[in-house]
Structures are given as structure tokens and as C-alpha cells.
Design a protein around this ligand. Structure first.
Ligand SMILES: O=C(O)CCC(=O)C(=O)O
Length: 243
């Protein structure tokens, strides 16, 4: 009973962060971490050994906690500098009492982004992301089959037609994406040098100092995507064995 009350209290406390007038549910928490914490996190990310980085064509990344895999993730210890944040996020009560066990670090240089995608079945359907260093705009899109398309539309114009909403991500903020916004839409970050603040951004009233019409230059941004991989293998030896 007491824990039910706690859960209700936690949900009510989070309501002020809910982004309204879009499908459920995005929470946007500005200044989730302090400037000192941002600096410490960046120092740790950039002190990681070189092989920790995976290089992709439009960004590089680090996996902490293991490598998600359809057969299960071989869990690795999460270092203390990241545990602070998995535990702080767990206390928000958005992961049904569980503590996140996986952190994906993405680094985007100015002009880099991530193609529209969904996070898929390897993860518990709630995702949280802390932004470091630079602001950016996270865009949400309808799936192709949710839209009527004419054969003459190019891929980019059809993406424009499929746009649902955007969220401005300030450095040190936390975004929580769950429910339909997680399950029914794609998300991505356009590859550009700067962001124009328009009325397509749904969370402007939650942001610190941004107004429609502003142009925000992008610098290097590091994001920590913190979530739960439910299927975990206790031991590497299980890999390759028939279930
Ligand atoms: O960097 C971000 O904010 C988004 C990252 C993301 O979409 C992902 O890693 O799947």
C-alpha cells in the first residue's frame, strides 16, 4: 500500500515535466544534472580507452553494461561514474522499480545526426537520455505505413510529410520517452549545423531561454541513452548454446 502511494506521488511529481499536446508520453526535465556533473561525465567519456569507441559513418558510440543482443546481453559492470545516473533515474519511478542496466554513449560532431529509427524489442519500452555539451533537436515521425504517400514524393519530402513533432534538447536535460511515443513513432536527429526554433518544437515552454525564431548553433554533443535490456545472460558460456 505504502509503495502504491509512493508510485502515485512520483507520477504526480513528474506531471509538471510532461510535454503536452503530443501523444503520450514525453517528459522533459531541464537541468537534470549540474554543470559540474556535465563536465565530469564528459571527462569520463573522453578518458575511455580508444577501443571502447565504435565508429559509425555519422557518429561514434560507446556501450556500457554490455552489448544488447537478441539472445541476451552478457552483462558487464557499470562504472560508478555512470551508476550515479542509472540510480538517479531509477528513483524517478519510471522503470517499474528496476534500475537501468545499459548506457549507450553517442557523440555527434556539428552536422552529424541519427537516422529516424525505433529502438526495438531488445529494450524495455521506456528510454531516457541525458544531453551533454550542445543542444539539438530530436524529431519524431510516423512510420511509412501510417501515411498516405504519392509515388512522386522523394524520400526527404516524404520524411517531412511524416513529421509528428520535435523536442529541443538542452545540455544537461533529461528526456524520457515511453508509451505511444516510444512504441508507435520513429525518432531521429537531422544532420545539420544549426537548429531553427519553430512552433514544431513541442517543449519550448519547458526550456530555459529559447524563443521561436532563435537559431541555435550545434557544437559537439554527447548523449547518454540510459535504459533497460531485460534479457541478460549471466555468463558468456551460455552464448552459442541451444536454448
Ligand atoms: O542522441 C540522442 O539523443 C538519441 C539517441 C538515439 O536515438 C539512440 O541511441 O537510439
Amino acid at each position: 500500500m505504502a509503495s502504491e502511494t509512493n508510485n502515485k506521488d512520483q507520477e504526480e511529481n513528474l506531471l509538471k515535466y510532461k510535454v503536452l499536446e503530443i501523444p503520450d508520453t514525453i517528459l522533459y526535465i531541464p537541468n537534470f544534472i549540474s554543470e559540474q556533473e556535465e563536465k565530469d561525465l564528459l571527462d569520463h567519456v573522453y578518458s575511455a580507452p580508444k577501443p571502447k569507441w565504435t565508429h559509425l559513418s555519422n557518429r561514434r558510440l560507446q556501450n556500457w553494461g554490455g552489448l544488447p543482443h537478441p539472445k541476451g546481453m552478457v552483462a558487464e559492470n557499470i562504472p560508478q561514474w555512470l551508476k550515479i545516473y542509472t540510480e538517479r533515474i531509477a528513483k524517478l519511478g519510471i522503470f517499474a522499480g528496476q534500475t537501468p542496466n545499459h548506457i549507450l554513449v553517442n557523440e555527434y560532431l556539428t552536422g552529424q545526426g541519427i537516422m529516424p529509427h525505433e529502438d526495438g524489442p531488445l529494450f524495455y519500452p521506456t528510454v531516457t537520455t541525458i544531453s551533454l555539451g550542445s543542444s539539438t533537436v530530436l524529431d519524431f515521425y510516423h512510420h511509412l505505413n501510417q501515411c498516405v504517400q504519392t509515388s512522386s514524393e522523394t524520400t526527404s519530402s516524404s520524411l517531412e510529410n511524416r513529421h509528428l513533432t520535435s523536442i529541443f534538447l538542452e545540455p544537461r536535460s533529461l528526456i524520457v520517452v515511453k508509451d505511444a511515443m516510444y512504441e508507435s513513432y520513429l525518432h531521429g536527429i537531422d544532420q545539420r549545423q544549426e537548429d531553427e526554433i519553430t512552433d514544431k518544437i513541442a517543449n519550448l515552454s519547458h526550456c530555459q531561454d529559447v524563443t521561436t525564431g532563435d537559431i541555435r548553433s550545434r557544437t559537439t554533443r554527447v548523449s547518454l541513452t540510459i535504459r533497460i535490456v531485460p534479457k541478460v545472460l549471466k555468463n558468456k558460456l551460455f552464448f552459442g548454446k541451444k536454448a
